[in-house]
Design a binder for this molecule. Structure first.
Ligand SMILES: Nc1ncnc2c1ncn2[C@@H]1O[C@H](COP(=O)(O)OP(=O)(O)O)[C@@H](O)[C@H]1O
Ligand SMILES: [Mg+2]
Length: 200
């Protein structure tokens, strides 16, 4: 089936973006679609560096934002665009929205406008799904070793607020992920199937 849909799943840490991206990919593959599952930071050298920097408090948020934008332009132009053109359903576990929200919350010097500007070569997805959850719950799902520099409740409360504001102004889908996995995944599948029907 040739379809070329680009979906991203985003939200605060521990919201379940990785869990649900994987489950959605499996579900759509079973339905006979060609699916390309990918994630950010990517597995490129830039993405690997980012994963190290995300554990380091001393790295300025501007540096993170620029590296994310570099990783993303590569990700979009080399991977995503090509797969989309080949008719794949592309699912990215986090994408542009994470940068816009996380890096702008970290510093008053960083505006969402600037982050949008440095990310302008990476096209917007067709569907952006924000998984919404209380940070106190999402953090309790993570192990200590997985925690990154901004994974604390007050910071994530602010991040959550900005995700919800952005979802409203940009017309993103918001799905509550404080529920059993199957139930949350069911809602995601229903939403994506509706889009696929409209495209067919
Ligand atoms: N709805 C849920 N209920 C309980 N645990 C969940 C739920 N969604 C995800 N998890 C668990 O929470 C942890 C973090 O989920 P993950 O998908 O890695 O989040 P993220 O990628 O958004 O940080 C994982 O161990 C996952 O199995
Ligand atoms: Mg994840």
């Amino acid at each position: 089936m040739v379809i070329g849909l680009f979906i991203t799943i985003d939200g605060i840490d521990g919201c379940g973006s990785t869990t649900h991206s994987k489950l959605l990919a499996g579900f759509l593959e079973n339905k006979g679609y060609n699916v390309f599952l990918t994630r950010e930071p990517t597995n490129s050298e830039i993405g690997k560096l980012l994963r190290i920097y995300l554990k380091n408090d001393k790295i300025p948020p501007e540096t993170d934002a620029l590296l994310f934008a570099a990783d993303r332009s590569y990700h979009y132009l080399i991977d995503i665009k090509e797969k989309q053109e080949d008719g794949f359903i592309v699912i990215s576990d986090r994408y542009k929205e994470a940068s816009i929200v996380y890096q702008s919350v970290q510093s008053e010097r960083i505006s969402t406008k600037w982050i949008e500007e440095i990310n302008k070569f990476a096209q917007d997805p067709d569907i952006t799904i924000i998984l919404d959850i209380d940070p106190a719950i999402s953090l309790s799902r993570k192990t200590q070793k997985d925690l990154e520099k901004f994974e604390n409740t007050p910071f994530l409360d602010k991040v959550r607020e900005i995700y919800l504001e952005r979802a409203k102004s940009q017309n993103y889908y918001v799905i509550n992920s404080d529920d059993i996995i199957e139930f949350v995944q069911g809602k995601i599948q229903k939403l994506v199937l509706k889009h696929l029907k409209q495209k067919a």
